[in-house]
Design a protein around this ligand. Structure first.
Ligand code: GUN
Length: 298
Protein backbone atom coordinates (compact mmCIF):
# COMPACT_ATOMS: atom_id res chain seq x y z
CA UNK A 1 0.00 0.00 0.00
CA UNK A 2 1.53 3.32 -1.05
CA UNK A 3 0.62 6.80 0.04
CA UNK A 4 -0.92 9.13 -2.51
CA UNK A 5 1.11 12.03 -3.86
CA UNK A 6 0.10 15.26 -2.13
CA UNK A 7 -1.04 18.01 -4.48
CA UNK A 8 0.38 21.08 -2.79
CA UNK A 9 -2.18 23.80 -3.55
CA UNK A 10 -0.50 26.23 -1.19
CA UNK A 11 2.81 26.08 -3.08
CA UNK A 12 1.13 26.14 -6.50
CA UNK A 13 -0.99 29.11 -5.49
CA UNK A 14 2.11 31.02 -4.32
CA UNK A 15 3.73 30.36 -7.73
CA UNK A 16 0.63 31.52 -9.59
CA UNK A 17 0.40 34.68 -7.46
CA UNK A 18 4.05 35.42 -8.17
CA UNK A 19 3.38 35.17 -11.92
CA UNK A 20 0.28 37.39 -11.57
CA UNK A 21 2.37 39.90 -9.58
CA UNK A 22 5.05 39.99 -12.28
CA UNK A 23 2.41 40.56 -14.99
CA UNK A 24 0.78 43.33 -12.92
CA UNK A 25 4.18 45.04 -12.52
CA UNK A 26 4.70 44.77 -16.28
CA UNK A 27 1.27 46.30 -16.98
CA UNK A 28 2.08 49.19 -14.65
CA UNK A 29 5.49 49.77 -16.20
CA UNK A 30 4.27 49.70 -19.78
CA UNK A 31 0.86 51.32 -19.42
CA UNK A 32 0.96 53.19 -16.13
CA UNK A 33 -2.14 51.49 -14.75
CA UNK A 34 -2.73 48.81 -12.12
CA UNK A 35 -5.72 46.45 -11.99
CA UNK A 36 -8.39 47.25 -9.42
CA UNK A 37 -10.53 44.67 -7.59
CA UNK A 38 -13.71 45.52 -5.69
CA UNK A 39 -14.75 42.91 -3.14
CA UNK A 40 -18.29 43.55 -1.88
CA UNK A 41 -19.32 42.13 1.47
CA UNK A 42 -22.51 42.63 3.47
CA UNK A 43 -22.56 41.82 7.17
CA UNK A 44 -19.89 40.17 9.27
CA UNK A 45 -20.20 36.44 8.69
CA UNK A 46 -16.89 35.25 10.22
CA UNK A 47 -16.02 32.80 7.39
CA UNK A 48 -16.77 35.47 4.75
CA UNK A 49 -14.64 38.01 6.62
CA UNK A 50 -11.68 35.59 6.66
CA UNK A 51 -12.01 35.07 2.89
CA UNK A 52 -12.46 38.76 2.11
CA UNK A 53 -9.48 39.79 4.26
CA UNK A 54 -7.30 37.16 2.53
CA UNK A 55 -8.47 38.32 -0.90
CA UNK A 56 -7.64 41.95 -0.13
CA UNK A 57 -4.27 41.14 1.46
CA UNK A 58 -3.12 38.85 -1.36
CA UNK A 59 -4.39 41.28 -4.01
CA UNK A 60 -2.19 43.98 -2.46
CA UNK A 61 0.79 41.59 -2.45
CA UNK A 62 0.32 41.16 -6.23
CA UNK A 63 0.14 44.92 -6.76
CA UNK A 64 -3.62 44.84 -7.39
CA UNK A 65 -5.55 47.75 -5.88
CA UNK A 66 -8.44 46.79 -3.56
CA UNK A 67 -11.49 49.01 -3.78
CA UNK A 68 -13.83 47.14 -1.49
CA UNK A 69 -17.31 47.91 -0.22
CA UNK A 70 -18.31 46.56 3.19
CA UNK A 71 -21.96 47.21 4.01
CA UNK A 72 -23.92 46.26 7.11
CA UNK A 73 -26.02 43.08 7.19
CA UNK A 74 -29.22 45.12 6.82
CA UNK A 75 -28.16 46.97 3.68
CA UNK A 76 -31.15 46.94 1.32
CA UNK A 77 -31.14 45.35 -2.11
CA UNK A 78 -31.67 48.70 -3.87
CA UNK A 79 -28.67 50.18 -2.07
CA UNK A 80 -26.51 47.18 -3.00
CA UNK A 81 -27.62 47.37 -6.66
CA UNK A 82 -26.75 51.08 -6.67
CA UNK A 83 -23.28 50.22 -5.35
CA UNK A 84 -22.84 47.62 -8.12
CA UNK A 85 -23.90 50.25 -10.69
CA UNK A 86 -21.31 52.64 -9.26
CA UNK A 87 -18.55 49.99 -9.46
CA UNK A 88 -19.62 49.05 -13.01
CA UNK A 89 -19.14 52.70 -13.99
CA UNK A 90 -15.85 53.22 -12.14
CA UNK A 91 -13.02 53.03 -14.65
CA UNK A 92 -10.51 52.14 -11.89
CA UNK A 93 -12.43 48.93 -11.13
CA UNK A 94 -11.56 45.96 -13.35
CA UNK A 95 -13.06 43.19 -11.26
CA UNK A 96 -16.13 43.01 -9.01
CA UNK A 97 -16.73 40.14 -6.59
CA UNK A 98 -19.80 39.93 -4.38
CA UNK A 99 -18.99 37.64 -1.47
CA UNK A 100 -21.63 34.95 -1.02
CA UNK A 101 -23.76 34.10 0.83
CA UNK A 102 -25.72 37.37 0.87
CA UNK A 103 -28.27 38.07 3.64
CA UNK A 104 -31.64 36.34 3.09
CA UNK A 105 -33.53 39.56 2.23
CA UNK A 106 -31.39 40.02 -0.90
CA UNK A 107 -31.97 38.19 -4.19
CA UNK A 108 -28.43 37.00 -4.99
CA UNK A 109 -29.34 36.16 -8.59
CA UNK A 110 -30.50 39.72 -9.26
CA UNK A 111 -27.29 41.13 -7.75
CA UNK A 112 -24.99 38.83 -9.75
CA UNK A 113 -26.87 39.70 -12.96
CA UNK A 114 -26.28 43.39 -12.29
CA UNK A 115 -22.47 43.04 -12.47
CA UNK A 116 -21.01 44.05 -15.82
CA UNK A 117 -20.04 40.64 -17.35
CA UNK A 118 -16.64 42.09 -18.35
CA UNK A 119 -15.91 42.83 -14.66
CA UNK A 120 -17.38 39.57 -13.37
CA UNK A 121 -14.18 37.98 -11.98
CA UNK A 122 -16.20 35.22 -10.28
CA UNK A 123 -17.68 34.14 -13.63
CA UNK A 124 -21.16 33.87 -12.07
CA UNK A 125 -23.05 36.15 -14.49
CA UNK A 126 -25.46 34.13 -16.69
CA UNK A 127 -23.75 35.48 -19.83
CA UNK A 128 -20.41 34.12 -18.61
CA UNK A 129 -21.96 30.83 -17.48
CA UNK A 130 -23.37 30.47 -21.00
CA UNK A 131 -20.02 31.27 -22.61
CA UNK A 132 -18.28 28.71 -20.40
CA UNK A 133 -20.71 25.99 -21.48
CA UNK A 134 -20.57 26.90 -25.18
CA UNK A 135 -16.76 27.20 -25.20
CA UNK A 136 -16.47 30.99 -25.53
CA UNK A 137 -14.00 33.40 -23.92
CA UNK A 138 -15.24 34.21 -20.45
CA UNK A 139 -13.98 34.46 -16.88
CA UNK A 140 -14.05 31.00 -15.29
CA UNK A 141 -15.27 30.62 -11.67
CA UNK A 142 -12.25 30.68 -9.37
CA UNK A 143 -12.63 27.43 -7.42
CA UNK A 144 -13.21 25.18 -10.46
CA UNK A 145 -10.41 26.99 -12.31
CA UNK A 146 -8.04 26.31 -9.39
CA UNK A 147 -9.05 22.64 -9.44
CA UNK A 148 -8.49 22.47 -13.21
CA UNK A 149 -5.01 24.02 -13.00
CA UNK A 150 -3.97 21.50 -10.34
CA UNK A 151 -5.40 18.60 -12.38
CA UNK A 152 -3.61 19.76 -15.53
CA UNK A 153 -0.30 20.01 -13.70
CA UNK A 154 -0.78 16.62 -12.07
CA UNK A 155 -2.15 14.67 -15.02
CA UNK A 156 -1.33 16.58 -18.20
CA UNK A 157 -3.74 15.39 -20.88
CA UNK A 158 -7.06 14.34 -19.35
CA UNK A 159 -8.68 13.23 -22.59
CA UNK A 160 -10.86 10.13 -22.19
CA UNK A 161 -10.60 10.02 -18.40
CA UNK A 162 -13.65 9.35 -16.27
CA UNK A 163 -14.39 12.31 -14.00
CA UNK A 164 -16.95 12.21 -11.19
CA UNK A 165 -17.96 15.45 -9.50
CA UNK A 166 -19.90 15.06 -6.26
CA UNK A 167 -22.04 18.17 -5.82
CA UNK A 168 -24.03 20.21 -8.35
CA UNK A 169 -23.69 23.78 -7.06
CA UNK A 170 -23.53 26.77 -9.40
CA UNK A 171 -20.24 27.83 -7.78
CA UNK A 172 -18.33 24.54 -8.12
CA UNK A 173 -20.08 21.41 -9.42
CA UNK A 174 -21.72 22.75 -12.59
CA UNK A 175 -18.79 24.87 -13.86
CA UNK A 176 -16.36 22.04 -12.97
CA UNK A 177 -18.43 19.73 -15.18
CA UNK A 178 -18.24 22.22 -18.07
CA UNK A 179 -14.44 22.58 -17.66
CA UNK A 180 -13.77 18.84 -17.52
CA UNK A 181 -16.05 18.28 -20.51
CA UNK A 182 -13.88 20.83 -22.35
CA UNK A 183 -10.84 18.72 -21.35
CA UNK A 184 -12.50 15.73 -23.10
CA UNK A 185 -13.26 13.84 -19.89
CA UNK A 186 -16.34 11.67 -19.57
CA UNK A 187 -18.13 13.56 -16.80
CA UNK A 188 -20.69 12.45 -14.23
CA UNK A 189 -22.23 14.96 -11.84
CA UNK A 190 -23.34 13.02 -8.75
CA UNK A 191 -25.45 14.44 -5.93
CA UNK A 192 -27.61 13.59 -2.93
CA UNK A 193 -30.05 11.54 -5.03
CA UNK A 194 -27.45 9.56 -6.95
CA UNK A 195 -28.00 5.81 -6.58
CA UNK A 196 -25.07 3.90 -5.08
CA UNK A 197 -22.80 6.92 -4.80
CA UNK A 198 -19.83 4.87 -3.50
CA UNK A 199 -19.87 2.71 -6.64
CA UNK A 200 -20.14 5.77 -8.91
CA UNK A 201 -17.16 7.36 -7.13
CA UNK A 202 -15.11 4.15 -7.36
CA UNK A 203 -15.33 4.33 -11.17
CA UNK A 204 -13.61 7.73 -11.31
CA UNK A 205 -10.10 8.42 -12.57
CA UNK A 206 -10.69 11.99 -11.36
CA UNK A 207 -12.90 12.57 -8.30
CA UNK A 208 -13.89 16.12 -7.33
CA UNK A 209 -15.66 16.36 -3.96
CA UNK A 210 -17.75 19.51 -3.50
CA UNK A 211 -20.63 18.68 -1.19
CA UNK A 212 -19.83 20.52 2.03
CA UNK A 213 -20.19 17.43 4.26
CA UNK A 214 -17.20 16.68 6.45
CA UNK A 215 -15.35 13.48 5.48
CA UNK A 216 -18.36 12.05 3.66
CA UNK A 217 -16.30 10.33 0.97
CA UNK A 218 -14.59 7.31 2.50
CA UNK A 219 -11.44 5.53 1.45
CA UNK A 220 -13.32 2.56 -0.02
CA UNK A 221 -15.26 4.92 -2.35
CA UNK A 222 -12.04 5.72 -4.18
CA UNK A 223 -10.63 3.75 -7.08
CA UNK A 224 -6.97 2.72 -6.72
CA UNK A 225 -4.73 5.38 -8.21
CA UNK A 226 -7.48 7.98 -8.68
CA UNK A 227 -6.73 11.70 -8.51
CA UNK A 228 -8.84 13.27 -5.74
CA UNK A 229 -9.60 16.98 -5.50
CA UNK A 230 -11.24 17.91 -2.20
CA UNK A 231 -13.09 21.22 -2.41
CA UNK A 232 -14.72 20.93 1.04
CA UNK A 233 -13.67 23.22 3.88
CA UNK A 234 -15.57 22.12 6.98
CA UNK A 235 -14.86 23.17 10.54
CA UNK A 236 -15.51 20.37 13.01
CA UNK A 237 -15.07 19.92 16.75
CA UNK A 238 -11.65 18.55 17.74
CA UNK A 239 -11.96 17.52 21.42
CA UNK A 240 -8.63 15.66 21.09
CA UNK A 241 -6.99 19.09 20.79
CA UNK A 242 -8.66 20.38 23.93
CA UNK A 243 -12.05 21.80 24.96
CA UNK A 244 -13.73 24.08 22.37
CA UNK A 245 -10.98 23.37 19.81
CA UNK A 246 -11.88 22.86 16.15
CA UNK A 247 -10.08 21.77 12.99
CA UNK A 248 -10.68 21.99 9.26
CA UNK A 249 -11.48 18.87 7.27
CA UNK A 250 -12.52 18.33 3.68
CA UNK A 251 -15.38 16.34 2.15
CA UNK A 252 -13.01 13.36 1.83
CA UNK A 253 -11.80 11.20 4.73
CA UNK A 254 -8.18 12.12 4.04
CA UNK A 255 -6.33 9.48 6.09
CA UNK A 256 -8.33 6.68 4.46
CA UNK A 257 -8.23 8.17 0.97
CA UNK A 258 -4.50 8.74 0.83
CA UNK A 259 -3.82 4.99 1.13
CA UNK A 260 -5.86 4.33 -2.05
CA UNK A 261 -5.65 7.44 -4.24
CA UNK A 262 -2.80 8.18 -6.65
CA UNK A 263 -2.80 11.87 -5.73
CA UNK A 264 -4.91 14.01 -3.40
CA UNK A 265 -5.28 17.62 -2.30
CA UNK A 266 -5.03 18.24 1.47
CA UNK A 267 -7.41 20.42 3.51
CA UNK A 268 -6.27 23.01 4.37
CA UNK A 269 -3.58 23.82 1.81
CA UNK A 270 -5.19 22.40 -1.32
CA UNK A 271 -8.03 24.02 -3.24
CA UNK A 272 -8.51 27.02 -0.91
CA UNK A 273 -5.30 28.93 -1.73
CA UNK A 274 -5.75 28.18 -5.44
CA UNK A 275 -9.22 29.79 -5.41
CA UNK A 276 -7.81 33.15 -4.30
CA UNK A 277 -4.85 32.94 -6.69
CA UNK A 278 -7.33 32.34 -9.53
CA UNK A 279 -9.37 35.37 -8.47
CA UNK A 280 -6.24 37.50 -8.82
CA UNK A 281 -5.50 35.86 -12.18
CA UNK A 282 -9.07 36.63 -13.33
CA UNK A 283 -8.68 40.25 -12.17
CA UNK A 284 -5.49 40.61 -14.23
CA UNK A 285 -7.27 39.05 -17.22
CA UNK A 286 -10.22 41.46 -16.88
CA UNK A 287 -7.77 44.39 -16.66
CA UNK A 288 -5.93 43.24 -19.79
CA UNK A 289 -9.19 42.77 -21.70
CA UNK A 290 -10.55 46.18 -20.66
CA UNK A 291 -7.30 47.84 -21.82
CA UNK A 292 -7.19 45.88 -25.10
CA UNK A 293 -4.03 44.03 -23.98
CA UNK A 294 -3.47 40.33 -24.50
CA UNK A 295 -3.41 38.24 -21.34
CA UNK A 296 0.04 36.73 -20.72
CA UNK A 297 0.31 32.93 -20.45
CA UNK A 298 0.49 32.19 -16.72
N1 GUN B 1 -18.51 32.19 -1.19
C1 GUN B 1 -17.99 30.94 -1.17
N2 GUN B 1 -17.27 30.72 -2.30
C2 GUN B 1 -17.35 31.86 -3.04
C3 GUN B 1 -16.81 32.25 -4.30
O1 GUN B 1 -16.11 31.50 -4.99
N3 GUN B 1 -17.12 33.50 -4.70
C4 GUN B 1 -17.88 34.32 -3.97
N4 GUN B 1 -18.15 35.52 -4.46
N5 GUN B 1 -18.40 34.00 -2.80
C5 GUN B 1 -18.13 32.77 -2.34
Amino acid sequence: MTDAALIDGKARAAELRARVGAAVADLEERHGTVPGLAVVQLGDDPASSVYVNSKNRLAAECGIRSLGFHGSGDTGEAELLAEIDRLNGDDDVDGILVQLPLPDHIDAGRVLERIDPVKDVDGFHPVNVGLLVTGGEAPVPCTPLGCLLMLREQLGDMSGKTAVIVGRSNIVGKPMAALLTREHCTVTVAHSRTRDLPAVCRGADILVAAVGRPEMIRGDWIGPGATVIDVGINRIAAPERGPDRTRLVGDVAFDEARTVAGAITPVPGGVGPMTIACLLRNTLEAACRRRGRSMPEL
